[in-house]
Write a protein that binds this ligand. Structure first.
Ligand code: ARG
Length: 247
């Protein structure tokens, strides 16, 4: 049928054309990763990634449509077209890159440690946690979890569904250390950690964060990288960065 032919034609097009045609950019993320994507008191999504992707939608002349989704299934959701792009503080890893394409990194972060106060001065780096007597937490399916498994293999690792649960476990003394991305830990310290946990703030991994899109779409990728370069050099990036990240 004609509609079948039209479907085939659309399927061969760049996501960029579909976005323009629908008049909306659907952005996939999981809220809870401070200060990149959070839910405010009124239930609105706010943060560094949100502001940047709102600029992205503006640059395309389309509506910004946030799609909050579980981190665990975020890549499968992109692949099955639940949204057009992942903007969720996602680290470029070689494993993920086998499944999705990444634009150029928009920020570089690394893993840091929030330590229970009782270990102050004794545990000085991730290396000191490499002992089964230490309970270390992070979030399921993140590079925090991967870093613990690879670099602190002898610790007792406890995985949590959310950043909040994993970090509070250390604050209330049920775990010894929480391993996570630097910017999240900075915000945690500023909000509630001060004087209660110790922040080992020297990153021990190298983690470029980037937008992920479906493979095989050079037009969309070209748009994104040119958009990023523009944003970074015309003052908009700095403004958004200073609002959410520079303290
Ligand atoms: N950068 C880390 C990773 O890619 C954590 C990202 C978590 N993002 C989120 N929106 N919860 O695994």
């Amino acid at each position: 049928t004609a509609s079948f032919a039209a479907d085939i034609e659309l399927a061969q097009k760049s996501t960029l054309e579909k976005i323009i045609k629908k008049g909306e950019l659907r952005v996939g993320f999981e809220a809870g990763y401070m200060p990149f994507e959070m839910t405010d008191q009124k239930g609105r999504f706010v943060g560094f990634d949100i502001d940047i992707t709102k600029e992205m939608a503006k640059a395309m002349g389309v509506k910004f449509v946030p799609v909050n989704t579980a981190w665990d299934g975020i890549i499968p959701s992109l692949i099955t077209d639940k949204f057009d792009i992942i903007a969720s503080g996602m680290t470029v890893t070689q494993e993920r890159n086998l499944k999705v394409s990444f634009a150029d990194p928009y920020i570089i972060v690394g893993q840091t440690i929030l330590l229970n106060k009782k270990h102050e001065g004794v545990v000085k780096s991730y290396k000191d946690l490499n002992n089964s007597k230490y309970i270390v937490t992070s979030k399921l399916g993140t590079t925090g979890e991967m870093a613990v498994k690879r670099k602190i293999p002898k610790c007792t690792y406890k995985s949590f569904e959310t950043e909040t649960e994993a970090s509070l476990e250390v604050m209330n003394g049920k775990a010894d250390a929480f391993v996570y991305d630097l910017p999240f830990c900075v915000v945690f310290m500023a909000n509630q950690g001060e004087g209660k946990v110790v922040f080992l703030d020297e990153p021990f991994t190298f983690e470029p964060l980037a937008w992920a899109i479906n493979k095989g779409d050079p037009d969309f990728m070209n748009f994104l990288n040119n958009f990023l370069r523009q944003l970074k050099n015309d003052g908009r990036y700095d403004k958004i960065y200073n609002k959410w990240i520079r303290s």
